[in-house]
Design a protein around this ligand. Structure first.
Ligand SMILES: Cc1cc2nc3c(=O)[nH]c(=O)nc-3n(C[C@H](O)[C@H](O)[C@H](O)COP(=O)(O)OP(=O)(O)OC[C@H]3O[C@@H](n4cnc5c(N)ncnc54)[C@H](O)[C@@H]3O)c2cc1C
Length: 402
């Protein structure tokens, strides 16, 4: 049986990830009654998962540089990222007792290097602000002006004064965000660009030898180049390809170019110029095996040597060998799927939103977080934009309610 409930001045937030919780906090601070509806039994599951890798909250770099990470979405995200800037976000985390520090490569983390203490303190504060939580409520769409939910006790419709959708993208669906919102939202005439994997691994057809001997081996201090973009960092060899930071950073451009065929270039010695490497490799002793030379003169580990051999026997002449070490071609067959991607690209297009993140097709309904059509690399940019758009959507809803 359907239970109808009408809450006259209430703001409904759907989704309890960083975008939804930031929207709830912003709306509650402005004096509104707020209920957060969430399909999972507990809030912030993907946020907690992000904490397993240390919880890279944001990035410490000049703001103009920071903005460029959002590529074509930068112009419309800029005012929201200015309003809740990386500095503001750090101050917010500090205020919750999760003091932050800037780590290597300017990534910002809470000192605890996990999400649970911050999330616990945040939920306590939200409850203190009167925010209500309705867990195991799965949003299904609209019935007229009312939001429809499936709940453990049956269907429920709610007609809040304004609604903020913060349903996430479609990566790691077992944590909650599965993209099932696309159909009901698109049915309203809202333009949604397809949800695709972002910050994901790549699939490469390795030889059986490489798979059996080296799957799971980290490749430290390497550089990957694609389409003129060079990323220095590390990644992990898997049975089916490569995972890890350096690959994730290129996965967007790789995904967009797959139809034309993608050849990545792997530099196994990014810290040495081809000349310096040639000089080292030229000091080969008579009768020395190629593996020994590469191990001793170039300090390559067995996994790197095996990678070099994937394309056949490397040349012995020092200059040619140095070039081979610094430009191993990797033929990418595909990217990994949404189920293991860190984030998803695509979502509600900027053209479907007004400046306050209200859906042009549905007055009084706002949207935030990864369900919007922006894409960024790992490094704290994903959480920062989720928090910032959550706050912006709530400010939009508060303003709209007058
Ligand atoms: C392994 C991993 C590590 C990561 N590490 C980092 C990191 O270190 N730094 C970083 O910046 N980013 C990181 N991210 C990405 C980051 O977690 C996301 O970008 C961010 O959580 C997006 O926030 P969101 O609020 O938009 O969506 P989500 O966090 O996905 O929240 C959406 C919520 O909506 C709920 N929901 C979905 N559909 C419905 C429905 N129909 N009804 C009701 N509720 C619904 C979901 O259950 C979920 O709780 C990581 C992601 C993963 C998977």
């Amino acid at each position: 049986m359907e239970i109808a409930s009408a809450a006259s001045r209430e703001i409904a937030v759907i989704g309890s990830g960083p975008a939804g919780l930031m929207a709830a906090e912003t709306a509650a601070r402005a004096g509104h009654a707020v209920t957060v509806y969430e399909k999972m039994p507990t809030p912030g599951r993907r946020f907690l998962m992000a904490g397993v890798g240390g919880l890279n909250l944001t990035h410490d770099e000049p703001f103009e540089m920071f903005l460029t990470r959002y590529r074509e979405a930068a112009p419309w995200l800029a005012p929201h990222l200015e309003a809740l800037s990386p500095q503001n976000l750090r101050a917010w985390a500090d205020d919750l007792g999760a003091d932050t520090f800037t780590g290597s490569s300017n990534r910002v983390f809470p000192k605890a290097m996990k999400a649970s203490p911050l999330l616990r303190a945040w939920l306590r504060r939200l409850e203190g602000q009167g925010v209500r939580f309705a867990m195991r409520h799965v949003w299904r769409g609209w019935q007229g002006n009312a939001l429809m939910f499936d709940t453990p006790v049956g269907p429920l419709t709610v007609e809040p004064a304004a609604a903020i959708l913060a349903l996430g993208g479609a990566s790691w669906p077992k944590l909650g965000a599965d993209g099932a919102w696309v159909a009901p939202i698109a049915a309203q005439g809202v333009e949604v660009s397809p949800l695709r994997p972002s910050n994901c691994g790549i699939l490469i057809d390795w030889s059986a030898h490489l798979q059996d001997r080296f799957a799971g081996t980290p490749l430290k201090n390497i550089a990957l180049t694609f389409n003129g973009q060079r990323i220095t960092g590390e990644c992990i060899l898997t049975r089916t390809g490569l995972e890890g930071g350096a690959v994730y950073a290129l996965s967007g451009p790789i995904r967009d170019a797959l139809e034309q065929g993608v050849i990545l270039t792997l530099d196994l010695k990014p810290g040495l110029s081809a000349e310096d490497l040639t000089t080292r490799l030229a000091k080969s002793r008579k009768g020395e095996s190629l593996s020994n030379l590469l191990r001793k003169a170039a300090k390559l580990d067995p996994a790197a040597i095996a990678l070099l051999r994937e394309n056949g026997q490397p040349p012995r002449e020092a200059g040619a060998l140095a070039n081979a070490v610094k430009s191993v071609p990797l033929s990418v067959r595909a990217i990994t799927g949404l189920d293991r991607a860190i984030s998803s690209a695509g979502g509600i297009t900027a053209g479907s939103l007004d400046d306050t993140l209200m859906l042009k097709a549905r007055s009084g309904t706002f949207a935030a977080g990864e369900m919007l059509d922006w894409e960024a690399p790992t490094g704290g940019y994903l959480l920062q934009a989720s928090f910032a758009t959550g706050a912006a959507a709530a400010n939009g809803a508060v303003g709209w309610l007058g």
